[in-house]
Design a protein around this ligand. Structure first.
Ligand code: CAA
Length: 311
């Protein structure tokens, strides 16, 4: 009877406390939307104070942009108070154990490295409440592989948000073969409470969006490498001819050329070998690798830029 009781408690339990690991662009964005739109109690954790204050600055900048529009009739002071109120509501800590002390849900958005993610989840598995749900925001790794580090495989799933998180409406919720219905429903519910539209995908490489976008960006790069059209014209073509908000090169610069190269290399090393992804789809590109080697990583590289410059 005790078991049945605890199972139903778990099923009915509403997620209130969410811990986000990783205060980079994705983690900060997720923490921001959880706190602002979802009204969750949010804790943001990273390994250094510097990373945490950088995350707070990402959140503050984004909320300032939102406040300028949403609170156009309010004074600058009122807008600043709103921004600071949300930033201050997000607890920050470099102590991973303290971060998950009474968490209901962990969302991990740290470096895209399966070993490092597994180390973190393996550690947290022994520290977080037994009924807490774990989710990874990985965009290209296997959720099943990451979940291998924990006992709670039924309480593990993917929760993949998109860049820029405050603006992009989608979350991909990923089920492994072991993810329970309760866990899946809880992740869908959290996405909705964040004001996002969740879609579901099995644990397939790249899920839906990256499975299509990554080969698309590579195809665009190859088209330019062959000298068939200019970067600018490819972007203009896809914006005006296919209605995309950004062309593939603008998008690659937003995603980060190092990230794009890293995803493709990871797939070549794994998913191409297993036959899950066609070799041609993510074949190494000299143009891309040259830019990465020069430190031209896209929008984040500012003046150096990527395919474009961002003075
Ligand atoms: N925080 C808050 N608001 C933001 C924001 C942010 N970080 N970024 C943009 N906005 C807001 C702007 O303030 C603006 O608001 P209003 O409409 O109220 O004026 C709105 O978004 C539009 O922004 P802009 O006018 O600056 O520019 P835009 O109209 O071109 O929109 C964009 C920008 C939303 C990024 C749009 O170009 C777009 O949707 N691009 C495609 C992005 C995309 O495909 N992302 C997925 C990348 S792949 C990925 O993330 C997966 C992965 O794992 C690699």
């Amino acid at each position: 009877a005790a078991r049945a009781f605890s199972t139903s408690m778990v099923a009915d339990k509403e997620v209130k406390n969410v811990t986000v690991f990783g205060a980079g662009l994705m983690g900060a964005g997720i923490a921001q939307v959880l706190a602002h739109k979802g009204k969750f109690n949010v804790t943001l954790s990273d390994v250094t104070d510097k990373a945490l204050s950088n995350g707070q600055s990402i959140i503050s900048k984004s909320l300032t942009r939102i406040a300028k529009k949403a609170m156009a009739d309010s004074s600058a002071e009122e807008q600043a108070t709103f921004v600071q109120g949300i930033v201050d509501s997000i607890k920050v800590t470099t102590d991973p154990e303290a971060a998950v002390q009474d968490t209901d849900l962990v969302i991990e958005a740290i470096i895209e490295n399966v070993g490092i993610k597994k180390d973190l989840f393996g550690f947290l598995d022994g520290k977080a409440p037994k009924d807490a749900i774990f989710a990874s925001n990985t965009s290209s790794l296997s959720i099943t592989d990451v979940a291998d580090a924990v006992e709670r495989k039924d309480r593990f799933g993917g929760f993949h948000a998109f860049n820029p998180v405050p603006q992009m409406k989608l979350v991909e919720v990923i089920r492994t073969t072991k993810t329970s219905d309760e866990t899946y429903e809880a992740l869908m519910d959290v996405a909705k409470r964040m004001g996002k539209v969740p879609v579901t995908c099995v644990d397939a490489p790249g899920f839906i969006v990256n499975r299509l976008l990554v080969p698309y960006m590579f195809e665009a790069i190859r088209l330019v490498e062959r000298g068939e059209a200019s970067i600018k014209d490819v972007d203009t073509a896809m914006k005006l001819g296919a209605g995309y908000p950004m062309g593939p090169f603008e998008l690659a610069d937003l995603v980060g050329l190092d990230t794009l190269s890293h995803i493709a290399k990871g797939w070549r090393d794994t998913r191409v070998k297993t036959g899950e992804i066609h070799a041609e789809a993510v074949k190494e590109s000299k143009l891309l690798e040259d830019l990465v080697a020069q430190g031209k990583l896209g929008k984040k590289s500012g003046e150096k830029g990527g395919f474009y410059e961002y003075p």
